[in-house]
Write a protein that binds this ligand. Structure first.
Ligand SMILES: [Zn+2]
Length: 169
């Protein structure tokens, strides 16, 4: 499938909010996943910014797993090594900041597990993250097809974002 647009667009109609993923960031995500050989869970953080009205998020970067991460077939613990410096650098150079988390469900559905949901709720309340509405992206597979699940957590609730299909327009 060829897409000429340089961003992927996801929407939640209830919140009238969109999340955009820059093409460069998405391709980097695919290469990180390729590197893990899809055998173990992998993940990292999402960096980007909101628009001026704080309605839409723009994702510009997915980081790979920090060195001190721990990964298994069905679990992933994201480490923290180097993230503070990285985020300081993004803030200084590009006014961009932590938006949330991403991880891989190798060979299985991208639906969030109970643990995934609880973890995101914790992050939204954790002052260290300074992110009340964190985004979670899970990359998985349904019937051998790659599927992305994108959601945002706000006031203890989970909101799903659906990818806009430009092909059908
Ligand atoms: Zn998960």
């Amino acid at each position: 499938m060829v897409c000429l647009l340089d961003m992927k667009e996801f929407e939640n109609t209830e919140l009238q909010s969109k999340i955009f993923i820059e093409d460069g960031a998405y391709h980097k995500l695919l290469s990180i996943i390729e590197e893990s050989l899809r055998k173990v869970e992998t993940g990292g953080i999402i960096i980007g910014h909101y628009d001026s009205a704080f309605q839409n998020a723009i994702i510009t970067e997915f980081t790979g797993p920090p060195e001190d991460s721990k990964a298994g077939r069905f679990r992933f613990y994201r480490g923290i090594k180097g993230l503070r410096n990285l985020l300081q650098q993004y803030w200084k150079e590009r006014n961009e900041y932590y938006l949330g988390e991403w991880h891989l469900h190798p060979g299985s559905s991208p639906n969030p597990s109970h643990t995934d949901i609880e973890q995101m709720k914790k992050i939204s309340k954790d002052k260290n993250f300074n992110c009340k509405e964190p985004i979670l992206l899970i990359f998985g597979e349904i019937a051998k097809k790659q599927v992305t699940c994108l959601m945002m957590f706000k006031d203890g609730k989970m909101y799903s974002y659906k990818e806009k299909d430009f092909e059908r327009k």
